[in-house]
Design a protein around this ligand. Structure first.
Ligand SMILES: Nc1nc2c(ncn2[C@@H]2O[C@@H]3COP(=O)(O)O[C@H]4[C@@H](O)[C@H](n5cnc6c(=O)[nH]c(N)nc65)O[C@@H]4COP(=O)(O)O[C@H]3[C@H]2O)c(=O)[nH]1
Length: 698
């Protein structure tokens, strides 16, 4: 064996060390390094070996090793590969540096360097080998590789479950003997979910309780979330104590798992948002389409039924406009919750915008209409919103698979049609689709098309109804009333086409034509020398709200040359109440043009005295429904008298519409009404007839 080194105190400081001493020190140094150092002759026989290599080969003394070859110490394949490298070094005389190989005994890695052993003359007489243990570097490398592999899986968006399992597998692969498990917190912050390495029997059989109750056995590394919270822990069974780099690696793995979980939740949230309505959290149209397709397919296979339902909150706009958007949003959330409460398993409710909901109901014991009635009742439960007590109603339309349509598109169209029917029927009702509705809708569409053509062909004519002053009996004004001179149907009255024109927006060009014709006719009468009369022109909501309305009025006046004081625009009370502030602004603009304003159908809306005071009006027109039953209906008489007093109080002229009898005229005169309009005096008549009447009276 190699001689024991002497301590430096034993060396006299003054004299040069001898060659023998230097040799001893060298041997001592060589024996103390953990690396393997050896020399072999040309035949591969050990000439020398340090303590580390002797011990590693299971021998005790260097002498035991001298003379042996690798074939005596290792399996022949391993010996052969060492032999080949060393032979190459000896034959070429070139060193072989930094060759990495697995340890032949035990685990770990070595980095081998071999240089030729030469005699004094420089002749190669063997090989000198030196190794370095690079196991920890190799381990660090493999840990880094494993970490990179995991990160790559996260970047690729591998699903969370397989990713956690792979992570636990990977840990066991790169850190032999380890058992690893991932525990995630549930909503109550309990550690529950377990992803264990598939190979490790220990990890498979353990439960979160095992881990948490055995802190001595398990070390838990926090899996943090991006927002500073914690998703759970990476539990590692400490079967052997690990070096720092392993713990560093495990900490990195826990962090990577944290990132993977963050990404998983982000992806979940994105998917949720893509398929849900942000306000109510209900499924949106995309999800509804997907689910409804599934429901219809299943119903088709089983000859089952599915109901597609359109549900619209009545007067939602009113709530939104009067209580504000925040209250409107709150209301929609309440409605969404109430529908969800009642809809039942397997069915779906989706908000498709505004106050419109679509329901897809799957078949149960209870029939669809009874279920919808229950939903309607639930929605109608009283509620308080922005300090106001409200009770909501809704209009519901339903179409059934397969009776009313076989595809989602057909069912949507038919349920929508049924819902419109419910609205037309005075809201707050449930309508089941009927093919007659489709026929009506088709007819309506055809009528819209005809209306469009009628505008191009200028098929609208005006009839005029005179208004008589109560005291003087003079004609003080005429109301222009539009008629459609239909090529085949003859004269069509406004009640039959104005609502459709409103709905389709065609009222704007129609109203514009009426304005121009009315102003032109009024001017024409003046030109004919007839006493000037005020001409009243009806304006519908859509037309009144239209941006260019003031411009159109000004243009009609300019074109005709009619002075503005002879034009009076009639708007309904309900139109004004929709947006009081906006209406007041527009009315002032009309006043600024010199045009006067009358409130039509007065008494049918809900304007308060205070609101009425704010409108820049000239006249109130009492709705004919109050006049019709005079003198039989005492209530109507009382209301009419009140309206007249109110108008006088506000210094407004008041005119009663629909006066058909002398008795009605007498009552109105006594009540103080300024003027009357109605069949008693004249029906609406064409321009030529009106000219004649005016001429006779002048
Ligand atoms: N039973 C009865 N009815 C009487 C009597 N006196 C007049 N009427 C009718 O009452 C309606 C009065 O017009 P309105 O209230 O403005 O109601 C009008 C108005 O709201 C709308 N309208 C008419 N022309 C236009 C127009 O050019 N533009 C717009 N936007 N709407 C119009 O159509 C509605 C209906 O017009 P018309 O069918 O012409 O019906 C007219 C008229 O013929 C009467 O003594 N008894």
């Amino acid at each position: 064996m190699i001689a024991r080194p002497r301590s430096t105190e034993e060396i006299p400081q003054s004299r040069e060390p001898s060659l023998a001493e230097r040799y001893d020190w060298l041997v001592a140094m060589i024996n103390h390094v953990p690396d393997y150092i050896y020399a072999k002759d040309l035949e591969g026989r050990f000439l020398f070996a340090n303590r580390a290599i002797v011990l590693n080969n299971g021998l005790e003394r260097v002498e035991d090793m001298v003379g042996l070859t690798d074939y005596d110490l290792h399996p022949s394949a391993a010996a052969k590969s060492i032999d080949a490298i060393e032979r190459r070094v000896m034959e070429s005389g070139e060193p072989d540096l930094g060759f990495e190989e697995r340890r032949l005994r035990g685990s770990g890695w070595l980095m081998m360097s071999r240089v030729p052993l030469r005699d004094k003359a420089g002749k190669v007489i063997g090989v000198v080998g030196a190794s370095r243990d690079i196991s920890s570097r190799k381990r660090a490398e493999s840990l880094m590789k494993a970490q990179a592999q995991l990160l790559k899986a996260v970047a690729k968006g591998v699903r969370l479950d397989p990713l956690l399992r792979d992570a636990a597998d990977l840990l066991e692969e790169v850190i032999p003997g380890i058992a690893a498990a991932v525990l995630l917190q549930d909503e109550g912050a309990q550690l529950v979910r377990l992803a264990a390495a598939s190979q490790s029997a220990a990890a498979i059989s353990i439960s979160p309780a095992d881990i948490l109750e055995n802190p001595a056995l398990w070390r838990c590394l926090a899996i943090s979330s991006g927002d500073g919270g914690q998703h759970g822990v990476l539990a590692v069974q400490e079967s052997s104590s690990h070096e720092a780099s392993v713990w560093e690696f495990l900490t990195g793995v826990a962090q990577t798992i944290g990132i993977a979980i963050d990404r998983h939740y982000d992806a979940e949230r994105i998917t949720f948002l893509a398929e849900h309505d942000a306000l109510t959290g209900l499924p949106n149209r995309t999800l509804l389409d997907r689910k409804l397709d599934d429901m219809l397919r299943r119903a088709d296979e089983t000859s089952g039924k599915v109901a597609v339902v359109f549900l619209d909150v009545d007067n939602f706009k009113l709530v939104n406009d009067s209580l504000g958007h925040a209250a409107g949003d709150e209301l929609l959330k309440i409605v969404a919750n109430r529908i969800s409460e009642e809809i039942g398993q397997g069915s779906l409710v989706s908000r498709i915008g505004g106050d419109e909901f679509i329901l897809a109901l799957h078949q149960t014991e209870e029939d669809f209409v009874s279920r919808l009635a229950r939903i309607r009742e639930t929605i109608a439960r009283p509620l308080t919103l922005a300090g106001m007590n409200l009770q909501l109603t809704c209009s519901i339309g339903m179409a059934c698979f397969a009776m009313h349509g076989k595809t989602a598109t057909e069912l949507f169209a038919n349920a929508d049609m049924a819902m419109y029917r419910a609205k037309e029927n005075g809201r707050n009702s449930i309508q089941v689709f009927d093919p007659v509705m489709a026929e009506n809708a088709r007819r309506k569409l055809g009528r819209s098309e005809e209306l469009r053509r009628a505008i191009e062909r200028d098929e609208f004519v005006l009839h005029f109804q005179p208004q008589k002053d109560m005291i003087s009996g003079e004609i003080i004004g005429v109301e222009a009333l539009v008629r459609w001179n239909h090529p085949t149907d003859g004269l069509v009255f406004p009640g039959e086409f104005i609502p459709l024109a409103e709905e389709s927006g065609l009222i704007v060009p129609i109203g514009d034509a009426v304005l121009r014709k009315a102003c032109g006719q009024a001017k024409e009468w003046q030109k004919q020398g007839l006493p000037p009369v005020r001409i009243g022109v009806n304006m519908s909501a859509r037309q009144f709200q239209e941006h260019g309305m003031i411009r159109h009025v000004a243009a009609a006046l300019a074109e005709s040359g009619l002075e503005p004081q002879w034009l009076e625009i009639e708007v309904t009370e309900s139109l004004l109440m929709r947006d009081v502030q906006g209406a007041i602004m527009k009315m002032h603009e009309l006043n600024a043009l010199g045009v006067s304003l009358a409130i039509d159908d007065f008494g049918t809306g809900y304007s308060s005295l205070s609101t009425l005071k704010r409108f820049p009006l000239s006249r109130l027109k009492i709705d004919r429904s109050f006049i019709a039953d005079i003198p039989d209906d005492a209530d109507d008489m009382a209301i009419t008298s009140a309206i007249v007093s109110l108008a006088r109080l506000l210094a407004l002229d008041v005119i009663a519409e629909g006066v058909e009898t002398e008795e009605q005229a007498r009552f109105l005169s006594q009540a103080g009404c300024h003027a009357i309009q109605g069949y008693l005096f004249s029906r609406p008549i064409p321009a030529e007839e009106m000219t004649r009447v005016m001429r006779e009276r002048s």
